[in-house]
Structures are given as structure tokens and as C-alpha cells.
Design a protein. Structure first.
Lengths: 173, 323
């Protein structure tokens, strides 16, 4: 069974420390210096979108802004570049959250792909307006890997909320 | 926004519990509307962008955060370090022997020059004293290891393992065994950022080794550089070696920089398009030498209002060095 709205699986409530922990781990993953290797996904963006879609009341634009500032320092990029992109990403993801969870996971990934691409376009626009060079088309590959990782990430991040399935046919839900 | 319609789902399909949080949406304490929050954070980000890009006022914040995050960053290098160690373990003995041989041969080849350099320097000093010229001060360097390329895909920077603690300051030139790599632009306590020559923001005053023609070399991205503002009939040939002219007060004169690869003389434009490739291993990683600060140039004449008091002069060197 899939962890979507359309499934009959009931999830436990999420724990706040788990959200914080996953975002922190994503930040650490983003700090790994891969250099210019194309196709490395933006882990922070992926986890942020996940929580914005699944817990829009807990994770929103404020968290996105703070994470964006952290990424700006870590990446040696311009202050505000990631912050702007992540804030717009969080807004779009929260707007999408009530609809997208009714689809199967592969279609969810398909709907989230434009969000990741849009985030990269925002970053590119801010930097190229200030005179930076074009990073090449391969840079956009990371959005596609992020969308591909949506399926495993969903299961991974929902593990603490799953509970053992019990097969009681008399229970109403 | 759409999320306040949520309770409809609960009513129409009671069998399907929501996975979007078990708590009901807060009806009374909602805070500002999403659009308002979006506008707030977007404008905050834009303010930061302008403050950093235009006024460069956020360096202190960057320094603070980077210092606090240093241990975390150190942890995240471990997988890359481990991969490097593993790769080194697998290096075959034959290739090591070959490299050793090659290095020894190169050392012998340059030994002749090195042995004579001391003599030449003494002679140079004496001749300069005779001519009553200012003595050229020896510049010391500090060996640093290039740790990794910065993740930012829009600029070409590398991080080296020496920082404020080791006496590195912004504006110093970084060279490898062949020529110039770039310039230190940002210093943290234990690391610093080097802007590579091939970055679009980097400009360096050069002269053609063959005839002493002065020009400005600027990064063109994609590992190449461009010789700018030279007339279409300027005396430059493919294969010419460019070296620093030292006019900017940042780089020492006479360091090899690049080689002219292609010249496109189109009479429709007033300038020739001259593409150059860096001589040093700019995009390669390894050891580098951070040269110490150059001694101050003599004061500029009065008619050119001083642009001299900028320490990180590499970016603005264009204006100063135009012949």
C-alpha cells in the first residue's frame, strides 16, 4: 500500500524532532563537496518539499528561508539566492499539498518536477542577472534526480509514522 | 489558498483518514495569510541579494556562520576523503614509479636554471643598484592544498586549506608549478576561497611575452579566457604566451598565465576576439602556492584619481591596467 491519501493506511502523527533531524541531515548531505558533478540532487530542496507537502502546517516558508541562508553560506554563493528559491518552492509545495497526495507516487513525482525546475530557474535568473556565467544544461539534471528520488524518499521519511498493519475486518477504518 | 478547503475531504470520504497531520487546522490562530508571508520572505531575500551583490555588506555574517559550521563541514568531507584514500590505495606501483621518474627528470631539467638563479638575482640586485632603481623584494609563498571546488555552479572557485590563521588575506595571488591559478577573494579562519582565472568576474593585466603588448585577460567561463579590448589588427598570434604585466599591484610581473589559442579578426567589430587557454592547471586540483602580498606600488600621478586603495584589486584591475 502506498502512503498517499488514496491508500487506506493510517499514519501515526509526525514527531517534530524527526522533521528537524531530516532537514539537518539533508543540509549535511548538501555540504558534501561534489564540485561540479552533474545530477547530484539538492537534498534540502527534496526534503523541504516533502515536509511542505505532507505537513504544511508545520514546515513552511520560514523554515525554507532559514535553510536557504544556510545553503547560501555553505555554497559560497550570493546571500539570498537559495533563500529566495526555497521560499518560492515552499509556497508552491504548500499550495500543491492538498491535491498532489491523492495521486500515486510516480505521478506525484511528475507534478513536483516543475517545482524543482522552477527553483533552479529562479536561482539561475538571480545569478545571471548579476552577471554570472551560464552553468550549462547538465546542471538541470539535478531536478530530475530529485524527482526520481521522490518515491524512495517518501517511504524513507514516513517510516517512523507507519504502524503495523492489522487485518481486523470488523474495524470500520 | 487551497489548504483551507481541507475539511471537505474529511466529510465526504470518512473512510479515508488524512495523512496530512492529525491535528485539525488552526481556525483561530492562523497567522498571516500565505501570500503575505510569501511577500515578506521574498522581499527579505531580495534585500539580502541586493545587500550582498551591490554593497558587499554581509561578509561578517558569512564569516560568522562559516566559522560555526566548520566542524560540520569537516564531517561532510569524510566520504570524499575516504574515496580519495581508497583511490590512492588502488594506484598501481608502476604508475607511481613512472611519476617518480618523470618528476626526477623534470627536476634535473630545471636544476640548471635553479643553480644559476641565485647568481642572476645577485647580479640583478647589483645592476639595479647601479641604475638607482627600486630593489625587487623577494616574495614568500605559502603552500596550500586545494580541498575541493565550491558547489556554486555559477562561478569558478576552489577552497584551499589555509586561512586567516595562516596569514592569508584577500587579494593574494595563487599559483601552481606552471603559472597563475587565481586570486584569494574570501578568507575564513581555516580555509579561503580562490576565484579561478577562468571565472567571468576575474580580470588580470597581462602582456604578450613576444613583444610586450599589454592587455587585459578576462575569464570567459568553460575553462577558457578572452583577451579583451585589443584592436583587430593588434600584433597577437596563435601560440603566443601571455604573462602578468604587474600593473595592477596584485600579481608579480612575469608569471606565465595563458596561451593564445584562437584569434577571430572580424572587421565588422573594432576588437579582435582572442581566445586563450590557461597554462596552469586551473581546473585541476592539487597543491598550490599562495604568494605573499606585493609591496605597494609608487603613488599614481595626480591626473588619474586614485583607485589604488582597493585591496582585492583583481576584479577592478581592468580600469587600472588599460594601456
Amino acid at each position: 500500500m502506498q502512503p498517499t491519501h488514496a491508500s487506506r493506511r493510517i499514519l501515526l502523527p509526525v514527531r517534530n524532532w524527526f522533521i528537524v533531524l531530516t532537514l539537518f541531515v539533508a543540509l549535511l548531505l548538501n555540504l558534501i563537496p561534489f564540485g561540479r558533478l552533474p545530477g547530484i540532487p539538492d537534498w534540502v530542496a527534496l526534503v523541504l518539499v516533502f515536509w511542505c507537502v505532507h505537513q504544511p502546517l508545520k514546515v513552511g516558508m520560514a523554515a525554507a528561508f532559514v535553510l536557504g541562508l544556510a545553503m547560501d553560506v555553505a555554497d559560497a554563493s550570493v546571500m539570498g539566492q537559495h533563500a529566495l528559491a526555497y521560499v518560492l518552492l515552499a509556497f508552491a509545495a504548500a499550495g500543491l499539498s492538498r491535491r498532489v497526495l491523492w495521486f500515486p507516487l510516480s505521478q506525484q513525482a511528475l507534478q513536483l518536477l516543475p517545482l524543482f525546475l522552477g527553483m533552479q530557474l529562479v536561482m539561475m535568473a538571480t545569478r545571471m542577472l548579476s552577471g554570472a556565467e551560464f552553468p550549462g544544461m547538465l546542471w538541470f539534471l539535478s531536478s530530475f534526480t530529485a524527482a526520481l528520488l521522490w518515491h524512495p524518499a517518501t517511504y524513507l521519511l514516513l517510516i517512523p509514522q507507519f504502524r503495523p498493519e492489522d487485518k481486523d475486518v470488523h474495524r470500520p477504518i | 489558498m487551497g489548504r483551507h478547503r481541507a475539511p471537505i475531504f474529511f466529510e465526504s470520504t470518512p473512510a479515508l483518514m488524512s495523512v496530512v497531520g492529525h491535528a485539525p487546522p488552526p481556525f483561530f490562530k492562523r497567522g498571516p495569510a500565505p501570500l503575505v508571508r510569501l511577500a515578506f520572505f521574498v522581499s527579505l531575500s531580495l534585500i539580502l541579494l541586493v545587500a550582498d551583490l551591490r554593497f558587499h555588506t554581509l561578509e561578517w555574517a558569512r564569516l560568522g556562520v562559516a566559522t560555526v559550521a566548520w566542524p560540520l563541514q569537516r564531517i561532510t568531507w569524510m566520504p570524499i576523503d575516504a574515496a580519495g584514500d581508497f583511490g590512492g590505495y588502488l594506484t598501481r606501483q608502476s604508475s607511481l614509479l613512472k611519476e617518480n621518474e618523470e618528476l626526477r627528470r623534470r627536476q634535473l631539467g630545471t636544476a640548471n636554471l635553479l643553480l644559476r638563479q641565485q647568481h642572476l638575482e645577485q647580479e640583478n640586485k647589483r645592476l639595479r643598484a647601479l641604475l638607482d632603481m627600486r630593489a625587487r623584494l623577494p616574495v614568500e609563498g605559502r603552500i596550500a592544498e586545494i580541498l575541493y571546488a565550491a558547489r556554486d555552479p555559477f562561478s569558478r572557485r576552489v577552497i584551499i586549506d589555509k586561512g586567516i590563521q595562516h596569514g592569508i588575506s584577500a587579494g593574494q595571488a595563487v599559483v601552481d608549478d606552471i603559472g597563475i591559478i587565481g586570486q584569494v577573494v574570501r578568507v575564513f579562519p581555516l580555509t579561503s576561497e580562490v576565484l579561478l582565472l577562468t571565472d567571468k568576474d576575474q580580470a588580470i593585466p597581462v602582456e604578450v611575452q613576444r613583444n610586450g603588448l599589454r592587455a587585459v585577460l578576462a575569464g570567459a567561463g568553460a575553462g577558457m579566457m578572452e583577451l579583451r579590448f585589443l584592436a583587430a589588427n593588434a600584433d597577437v598570434q596563435a601560440g603566443d604566451i601571455l604573462m602578468t604585466s604587474g600593473l595592477d599591484g596584485v600579481y608579480l610581473p612575469g608569471l606565465p598565465v595563458a596561451k593564445v589559442v584562437k584569434i577571430d579578426r572580424d572587421s565588422a567589430y573594432s576588437f579582435a576576439r582572442i581566445t586563450c587557454a590557461p597554462l596552469a592547471g586551473v581546473e585541476r586540483h592539487g597543491l598550490a602556492l599562495v604568494l605573499g602580498d606585493r609591496t605597494a606600488l609608487p603613488p599614481q600621478p595626480d591626473d588619474a584619481p586614485a583607485t589604488l586603495d582597493r585591496p582585492a584589486g583583481g576584479k577592478r584591475a581592468k580600469k587600472k591596467a588599460k594601456p
